[in-house]
Ligand binder design. Structure first.
Ligand SMILES: N#Cc1ccc(Nc2nc(N)cc(-n3ccc(CO)n3)n2)cc1
Length: 267
């Protein structure tokens, strides 16, 4: 049920980056609605042609057109068009040193938890919850009392396609895996966008997980407890979404937030 957009209605603007199989661009989409021309900002995720099989295996159910080609059929470009989210990926925003308060971070964590709860109710596994797939639509301004607003982006090319260079075999991706990633993402948010074991090579990461190690805990014990519950090596022990939201609510109302409200951002 994909909405087809004609290529000539898209204009590519600056390249925003390069993923392992994709290139991302800012762009503009032109629509003619009731005789008026409307231009909207869009985010373009282009799949490298060389990885075309990824796209087809990933989207073959989406549209028959991508599997057949004939001189009387339009060619299919492998492009995903998304609404342009104003401040982009959260990991980069935090790394750029956006000085954010503890309550800002908890607010973002709670929004992610409610997105997770929604997916769980639909029995949908995201499979790649992390800071770079969290998009910041509104910065939030504490002086105006406005809070941040995030959107969870698509997981990108499925882990099944990433081949051997990932730790987790794709076939056992379950809802509990998203809870693990939720914990790791909360850890990331409270560590200024740095991912756990950043810079370690695959073997070091494998050793870490195979010896059931835990990430360095936050000095805020209740937060560290929530992260370690989500990152329990026994999936069945990970908390339900409702429990995660309940624990976040009590963190939000705890004294720690007031005491650390204007904590300087560690550079
Ligand atoms: N400087 C800057 C800047 C960059 C991008 C946006 N906007 C945006 N809109 C989306 N819909 C998706 C994304 N993404 C970026 C990485 C990923 C990973 O998937 N998505 N960025 C806004 C500002």
């Amino acid at each position: 049920q994909f909405h087809m957009i004609k290529c000539e209605d898209l204009k590519w603007a600056e390249c925003l980056g390069q993923g392992s199989f994709t290139r991302i661009f800012k762009g503009y989409k032109t629509d003619i609605r009731d005789g008026e021309k409307h231009v909207t900002d869009v985010f373009l995720k282009e799949l490298d042609v060389v990885h075309k099989n990824c796209w087809e295996s990933f989207f073959e159910a989406a549209s028959l057109m991508s599997q057949i080609s004939h001189k009387h059929l339009p060619g299919v470009k492998n492009i995903m068009v998304q609404e342009f989210v104003k401040y982009g990926a959260l990991d980069l925003y935090l790394k750029r040193g956006g000085s954010v308060s503890v309550s800002w971070k908890l607010d973002v964590a709670k929004q992610l938890a409610s997105a997770l709860n929604f997916l769980e109710e639909k029995n949908i596994v995201h499979g790649n919850i992390c800071g770079k797939n969290l998009l910041l639509a509104r910065e939030g301004d504490p002086s105006q009392g406005s809070s941040p607003f995030i959107k969870l982006s698509d997981p990108g090319i499925s882990v099944a396609m990433l081949g051997k260079n990932v730790l987790e075999a794709p076939d056992n991706l379950t809802l509990e895996c998203d809870k693990w990633s939720f914990g790791a993402t909360v850890w990331e948010i409270f560590n200024n966008g740095n991912t756990p074991l950043q810079g370690c090579d695959l073997d070091k990461k494998r050793q870490f997980y195979e010896s059931f190690k835990q990430l360095p805990p936050s000095q805020w014990t209740e937060l560290a407890d929530l992260v370690s519950q989500c990152m329990d090596y026994q999936a069945a022990f990970r908390p339900s979404c409702r429990s995660i939201i309940r624990q976040l609510n009590s963190l939000i109302t705890s004294d720690y937030v007031i005491l650390h409200a204007t904590e300087p951002v560690a550079q």
